[in-house]
Design a protein around this ligand. Structure first.
Ligand code: CP
Length: 301
């Protein structure tokens, strides 16, 4: 089976560091044109702006070509074709599949039937490993290190796949985590158990103001409306947190505020003008990191 990236745990710590180093090279050389004999399928079964466009930009900058779709309603799945058949067919046409899907585990199923590498571009509330790699790249870029940082994750820790992948990956770098969420959206037990097994320190709170002043990274997240069982459940928690510039008076000078985006109301626009906001640069970094992941899985770098 070709090497795929389905969960961040598919990469060792050394592989993660290698990808981050390669991404830095691609940031310096943005059009390396090293994959001109490759075709890459970008299959999006769920909406996306950043992940799809940055993957397609990465493919183009590497010199490869893109096929695929931004919305599967126009594919033969609408006629009843199975997901597995769809993936087998696309494996005939492309050298790699990048896939987003609303169902947890869909990327793993795709990898089990595909004859080419599969990259998980987000599967339900489960994992988003390339987001994690770009988050780590951004943390390294802004803090100068990955080790021994205090990372405060705020918002929807239950359904937010980016915080699941990121907490697992950062566990190897001696972090101190703060998990800030309402009771209904706490970090799932399986991720806390994983951190316990690695001896990682963390605390949980529902009050955002508790740890604004002592963190290095404030990782804000959107409440994931599309994953809630009912609108009433979503309405109860959707406006729990709203970060404004006036709340940042006592923060550490090195603080950077990250967000996988899109944001809704959890970060006020006046935060954008502060020296702590870094979410737009973070999104830009996704292109370089995805170039690095694609070339690594092809064994080119
Ligand atoms: N961060 C992220 O996955 O954004 P999109 O949903 O726009 O791809």
């Amino acid at each position: 089976m070709p090497k795929s990236l389905i969960s961040i745990q598919d990469f060792t710590k050394d592989e993660i560091l290698h990808v981050l180093e390669t991404a830095k090279e691609f940031e310096a050389n943005r059009f390396p044109n090293i994959l001109s004999d490759k075709v890459i399928a970008c299959l999006f079964f769920e909406p996306s702006t950043r992940t799809r466009c940055s993957f397609e930009a990465a493919v183009n900058r590497l010199g490869a070509r893109v096929i695929g779709w931004p919305d599967n309603r126009n594919t033969s799945q609408s006629k009843g074709e199975t997901f597995e058949d769809t993936i087998k067919i696309i494996s005939n046409y492309a050298d790699m599949i990048v896939m987003r899907h609303p169902t947890e585990g869909a990327a793993a199923i795709a990898a089990s039937v595909a004859s080419v590498p599969v990259i998980n571009a987000g599967d339900g509330a489960n994992q988003h490993p390339t987001q994690t790699l770009l988050d780590m790249y951004t943390i390294l870029q802004t803090q100068g290190r990955l080790d021994s940082l205090t990372i405060n994750m705020v918002g929807d820790l239950r359904y937010g796949r980016t915080v699941h992948s990121l907490s697992e990956a950062m566990a190897d770098f001696k972090p101190h985590f703060v998990f800030t969420s309402p009771e209904e959206l706490k970090m799932p037990k399986k991720y806390l158990d994983y951190l316990d097994s690695k001896g990682v320190a963390y605390e949980q709170t529902s009050r955002m103001e508790d740890h604004l002043d002592d963190c290095d990274i404030l990782y804000m997240t959107r409440v994931q409306q599309e994953r809630f069982p009912s609108k009433e459940d979503y309405d109860k928690v959707k406006d729990t947190y709203r970060l404004t510039a006036s709340m940042l008076g006592g923060v550490k000078p090195n603080l950077k505020i990250l967000h996988p985006l899109p944001r809704i109301t959890e970060i006020a626009q006046d935060v954008d003008e502060t020296p702590y906001a870094y979410y737009f640069q973070q999104a830009r970094n996704g292109m370089f990191v995805r170039m690095a992941v694609i070339s690594y899985l092809f064994g080119i770098r």
